[in-house]
Design a protein around this ligand. Structure first.
Ligand code: TLP
Length: 345
């Protein structure tokens, strides 16, 4: 049975041209900054994000952690969404390893945080309070349905942060999905931020790697932090080679994932016992609710699994399906048939 794996876009395997590029990669010791392929990827990534410099890290989690540790000292406070990946899924690493205090504000359903709430959360200079240092946005917003944040919203947050002397970091794990969905350059989405992390190993299908981008001073600090976290890789050009292919060949095709996501969402909306607003699907992530008595998301995922469709339960009554490079339009139709069958049973 062919498995249709919709658990995440992280399940993507390297493309044939990535494998070829990896095998042929020219490498050196990247801790000495002597890996030409890593250097090339970092230059490309910086250019794509419109930033002066960039740093390859092993994962999105490491990128966000490195950025927080480079922007903040112990006891400093970050302002971030209560549904953000940094707050929800990164083990509180910034607190555990950096003594950084998270101030969460509720995310709106579209992944934004109300500007007035951000402004009100910024601490005055007072010995009782931590120092507010950094605002963190997420684009696209994973737990808010893969919604893209617009340049207008991001610009407004950037202006507010600058006016109040805070930095802005964007967890842009899927920023290219946002760029493709909105028809803008990723650099435009990153422009208001002091730093941005994006992932090569999600929709872009590279096997490993994320890139943190920002100005030279910030990246120099980030490089020190990466080393202290054990993230100084040596002949990492083998990984970077796949990342270069990801940037060159895999960005435009994200539109296919978005079209497949819409088809899946519309199809799921027709199935009794499932609840979804198909118009809420803007990129490659589809969340839906299971509203059948006696069937929770875990049990449903298990049943779907026996029929070759893998999805991720994200709450007792909620599941997530993520389109990716290996999922075709025909797979979406096959998955919908399986969903129908399982819900009828
Ligand atoms: N997210 C994973 C899981 O951790 C939930 C997924 O399958 O979506 N930022 C965002 C917005 C993310 O969605 C993720 C991964 C990360 C950061 C972390 O990236 P990695 O997994 O490379 O550490």
């Amino acid at each position: 049975m062919d498995i249709i794996d919709l658990r995440s876009d992280t399940v993507t395997r390297p493309t044939p041209s990535m494998r070829t590029a990896m095998a042929a990669a020219e490498v050196g010791d990247d801790v000495f900054k002597e890996d030409p392929t890593v250097n090339r990827l970092e230059e490309m990534a910086a250019r794509r994000m419109g930033k002066p410099a960039a740093l390859l890290v092993s994962s999105g989690t490491m990128g966000n952690l490195v950025a927080q540790l480079a922007h903040c000292g112990r006891g400093d406070e970050t302002i971030l969404g209560d549904q953000s990946h940094v707050f929800f899924y990164e083990q509180g690493g910034a607190a555990a390893l950096g003594g950084i205090h998270p101030r969460t504000l509720s995310n709106e359903p579209d992944g934004t945080i109300d500007l007035e709430k951000i402004e009100a959360a910024i601490r005055p200079d007072d010995v009782h309070f931590p120092r507010s240092r950094l605002v963190i946005l997420e684009n696209t917003h994973n737990r808010c349905g893969g919604t893209p944040l617009t340049p207008a919203y991001t610009t407004a947050v950037g202006r507010l942060a600058r006016r109040r002397e805070l930095k802005l970091h964007i967890d842009g794990a899927r920023i290219f999905n946002a760029a493709v969905a909105l028809g803008v350059d990723a650099a435009q989405l990153a422009a208001p931020a002091d730093s941005v992390t994006f992932c090569l190993s999600k929709g872009l299908a590279a096997p490993v790697g994320s890139v943190v981008c920002g100005d030279e001073t910030f990246i120099a600090r980030a490089r020190r932090v990466r080393k202290s976290l054990g993230g100084g890789m040596r002949q990492a050009g083998v990984i970077a080679a796949a990342g270069i292919v990801a940037l060159n060949e895999m960005v435009a095709r994200l539109a296919e994932d978005h079209a497949n996501a819409r088809t899946l969402a519309k199809g799921l909306a027709q199935i009794p016992g499932l609840q979804i607003d198909p118009d809420a699907t803007a990129t490659n992530i589809v969340y839906f609710r299971v509203v059948r008595n006696g069937l929770d998301a875990q049990a449903m995922a298990a049943r779907l699994g026996t029929e070759g469709v893998r999805v991720l339960p994200t709450a007792r009554d909620q599941m997530r399906a993520v389109m990716n490079y290996h999922v075709t339009a025909a797979d979406v139709q096959r998955a919908l048939a399986v969903f129908s069958r399982v819900m009828k049973a």
